[in-house]
Design a protein around this ligand. Structure first.
Ligand code: HEM
Length: 133
């Protein structure tokens, strides 16, 4: 059965960087270690310094035991959202794009006038020609 894992951006995870509220990211998984800070054998500072990034390398370098990895699961709260965040510049560009698209639509509507007028004129000419005969 699929489980619902909460997804967070790195930006959101990075906000939790104090002794009162500390999240660490290890290999894309997010752990709320606030309650574990004082008990962490590697020290609270190590965990606080590991916030705001994926600390997989530092975690692996510390050579954590199997039991440490099992203990981690108690603090698991979610995963990093794999969807890349759209930078602000692109958001602005997208808005501009939609403005451009709507302008294009407006002018496309105006271009209807030309073929409709052409058809209308053709009909009038055809009627006049038919009457002459
Ligand atoms: C939920 C996350 C974590 C848990 C549950 C955890 C748990 C533990 C445990 C149980 C130990 C004792 C040694 C062992 O049994 O392996 C330990 C040591 C250590 N941990 Fe963590 N740890 C976590 C995250 C981290 C992170 C993110 C870092 C680094 C950025 C880190 C750095 C260290 C260091 C430096 C030691 C000391 C190693 C030594 O003195 O030999 N830990 N940790």
């Amino acid at each position: 059965m699929p489980t619902l894992t909460k997804l967070y951006s790195m930006k959101e995870a990075a906000l939790h960087n104090t002794p009162e509220d500390c999240w660490v990211v290890v290999d894309g998984k997010i752990y709320d270690v606030t309650k574990y800070l004082e008990d962490h054998p590697g020290g609270a500072d190590v965990l606080l310094e590991a916030t705001g990034k994926d600390a997989k390398e530092e975690f692996d370098d510390a050579g954590h035991s199997k039991s440490a990895k099992e203990l981690m699961q108690d603090y698991f709260i979610g995963e990093l959202d794999p969807t890349p965040e759209i930078p602000e510049m692109e958001v602005v560009r997208k808005e501009q794009d939609s403005g451009f698209a709507s302008k294009l639509m407006d002018s496309a509507v105006q271009y209807w006038v030309i073929p409709v007028a052409a058809v209308g004129i053709s009909i009038v000419v055809a009627i006049l020609c038919a009457r002459r005969k």
